[in-house]
Write a protein that binds this ligand. Structure first.
Ligand code: XCC
Ligand code: SF4
Length: 647
């Protein structure tokens, strides 16, 4: 149990002061949160941290000793390289499976909506036509539902087909990349087949070749990128519409004392879309219960999804999710899947907050479960909103801590929105203004800051620092996931943050922004949730195609300063397979094998096999965000030079 005196203002957990206030409050009340639990186990297990602990069979667990001391092989004879590579692949599988399930559920939802036995309709008709055309589906004279069904079936094929490449891979990848993947034998056939194969090869007595296992990691990266990210984003855009520029707010001031507050948390926006809809429709009932109305706030990527499409304000990223409850003003936290800390239930029990789980495979003992399915989504959403309303009178007023501060943020930067803004400058060739800015050096390159916040990291610090360093050096920064929360909270998604941009970048942002009636584009562009990492990938592909080069040639990098999730690692692997350098600021747990570390992190000029030689980009592990940004800037300049762009 944390004691108040153990936690004073000098033990900071977050750059966001509001959460420090709540953390202190929780400690004083003896309420455990992830931050206090992390302080109780200050040092993670060194074997696990190095990736050398194997639990793949019941002869073990086995672990490899450090510095050549202790056993160098497991009982079966697997050495450190095999164990590290196999553990890495296990993490990749976990990450890819989450995103692929997201994709599959969205595909089913589209199928059901197209067949008319669902509470959803197709809202993104234009996107539907575009995706259908890409898949070679004949649309002439067909009804929207008909086309929707064909697209959904094509998506589901990516979970079933037994030969060829995944449809979504062919839809989005550059041919040069596909050729390379084919040659290496890593092109995925279907999501489930690849996941099943990968689980098999990681099991005891199967794949023992670290090179082959690392190739398996790349296949998982592609499964994730196409079957998870792209498939989910495309089908969500078809169901819910393509995000467009919106203005909203971040930080805890978005939780309103006079309102019924409902937090939506998780990833798949099927349910949260309905919660938003019904919170508007049932506001009179909230008023009858004495509230001023119903206020939905977002947490993690469900938050990003409803922010992007409805301007719903965001309360918290991953690491501080429990502390949102400690405001004492949350009537309900509705969760779907992924990144939901089981700890929320115990915290909720100290308040009037009701945790509501909604999927049959994501339950938390002690919480309320409202079963969610697309054909009874309206009913489920009404039930949930009414539960929240019923909880409003149960608030304990002496336990409330309210905040007034919010930070304005722009979001909704789908590629469609970006292209629309650029079109205002050049109607015939919208990408040209961006390409010109890159060619002239006004923009040095593009960086996607992605991934999470992590309880063991000082919240927001890494994300914000990397972003500011890159902006200062005129790199165009886009963001997704929980890192987008970090940037938004610290003014990097509103006009105030323009002061952090180098002069030439600021000039470009202003020119584009003013063309669409804004004072400027914000310093960093919010492109959505984690599955929406498909959007920066598509942007890079469009730019590369327009220039007649490969994505790997572009002065573009990815950075994941504060991740906690295997999902972020597998997203990074997808970008690596496309030749984009990827920085990770948190230990990727491979240091137990020099071989694996070399393959992932070494440069093209080094001896031996490595990712950069194969694909054109490498993994950069650097904890210090300032140093990390410096490395990324160097990589950007190297790629500019190779492309023959101005120095
Ligand atoms: Fe989870 Fe997506 Fe990471 Fe946030 S960013 S902690 S994965 S919610 Ni996806
Ligand atoms: Fe040990 Fe080999 Fe079993 Fe792993 S698979 S636990 S290294 S015997």
């Amino acid at each position: 149990m944390p004691k108040a005196q153990d936690h004073n203002h000098t033990q900071r957990i977050s750059l966001d002061h509001d959460f420090e206030v709540l953390y202190e409050k929780a400690c004083e009340a003896g309420i455990e949160t992830a931050f206090s639990r992390a302080k109780q186990t200050p040092v993670p297990c060194p074997f696990g941290s190095a990736g050398v602990c194997c639990r793949h069979c019941l002869e073990g667990p086995c672990r490899i000793g450090f510095n050549g001391k202790g056993p160098q092989e497991g009982i079966c004879g697997a050495n450190g390289d095999t164990i590290v590579a196999r553990n890495l692949l296990t993490m990749m599988i976990e990450g890819a499976a989450g995103h692929a399930e997201h994709g599959r559920e969205t595909a089913l939802a589209l199928l059901e909506a197209s067949e008319g036995n669902s509470d959803y309709q197709i809202k993104g008709v234009e996107k539907l036509y575009q995706v259908a055309a890409g898949l070679g589906i004949e649309t002439n004279g067909k009804a929207v539902e008909d086309i929707g069904k064909q697209v959904a079936l094509k998506a589901l094929e990516d979970f079933q087909k037994q030969a060829g490449a995944m449809n979504w891979l062919t839809l989005h990848a550059q041919q040069q990349s596909i050729d390379k993947w084919d040659e290496l034998g890593i092109t995925p056939v279907n999501v489930h087949l690849e996941i099943s194969k990968a689980v098999t090869r990681t099991s005891m007595g199967c794949d023992a070749d670290p090179v082959n296992l690392l190739l398996g990691c790349l296949t998982m990266g592609l499964v994730d990128g196409f079957g998870g990210l792209h498939l989910s984003s495309d089908l969500q855009d078809i169901l819910f519409g393509v995000p467009k520029l919106v203005k909203s707010n971040f930080r805890l001031g978005v939780i309103k004392k006079e309102m019924v507050n409902i937090a939506v948390h998780g990833h798949v926006p099927l349910l949260s879309e309905k919660i938003v809809e019904w919170s508007r429709k049932l506001s009179e009932e909230a008023k009858a219960a004495g509230a001023a109305g119903i206020n939905v706030v977002g947490i993690c990527c469900s938050g990003n999804e409803v922010l992007m499409r409805h301007g719903i304000p965001a309360a918290s990223s991953f690491s501080s999710q429990e502390l949102v409850i400690v405001t004492g003003m949350l009537e309900a936290m509705v969760v779907d899947v992924q990144c939901i800390m089981p700890g929320i239930q115990k915290v909720a029990e100290c308040y009037h907050t009701e945790i509501i789980t909604t999927l049959p495979y994501v339950n938390i003992a002690g919480s309320t479960h409202v079963d969610f399915h697309t054909d009874k989504a309206d009913k489920a959403a009404q039930d949930i909103v009414r539960k929240a309303i019923a909880n409003f009178p149960k608030r304990e007023h002496q336990k409330i801590t309210s905040f007034t501060g919010t930070v304005e943020a722009y979001a909704g930067f789908s590629n469609e929105q970006i292209i629309e803004a650029l079109s205002a400058l050049n109607k015939e060739d919208p990408l040209k203004p961006l390409l010109d800015a890159i060619a002239s050096g006004a923009i040095r390159g593009v960086a996607a800051i992605v991934g999470c916040t992590n309880v063991r990291e000082f919240q927001d610090w890494g994300n914000v620092t990397v972003a500011k360093e890159l902006l200062k050096n005129n790199v165009l920064v886009v963001a997704t996931g929980c890192s987008a929360h970090s940037l938004a909270k610290h003014n990097l998604m509103n006009m105030q943050g323009l002061e952090y941009c180098g002069e030439s970048l600021r000039g470009v942002l202003k020119a584009i922004g003013q063309a669409v009636g804004l004072e400027s584009l914000p310093p960093t562009l919010h492109m959505g949730s984690c599955v929406d990492n498909s959007r920066p990938a598509d942007l890079l592909t469009a730019v590369a195609n327009r220039l007649g080069v490969e994505v790997k040639d572009l002065p573009a990098v990815g950075s994941c300063p504060e991740t906690h999730s295997p999902k972020a690692l597998v997203i990074g692997t997808y970008f690596l397979a496309n030749g984009v350098d990827v920085h990770v600021g948190v230990n990727p747990q491979v240091s137990g094998s020099q071989f694996v570390t070399d393959v992932l992190c070494n440069g093209a000029k080094d001896d031996g096999l490595n990712l950069e030689k194969l694909f054109g980009g490498k993994l950069i592990y650097e904890k210090d965000p300032v140093k990390a940004a410096a490395i990324l800037l160097r990589r950007i300049e190297e790629k500019r030079l190779a492309l023959g762009l101005s120095s």
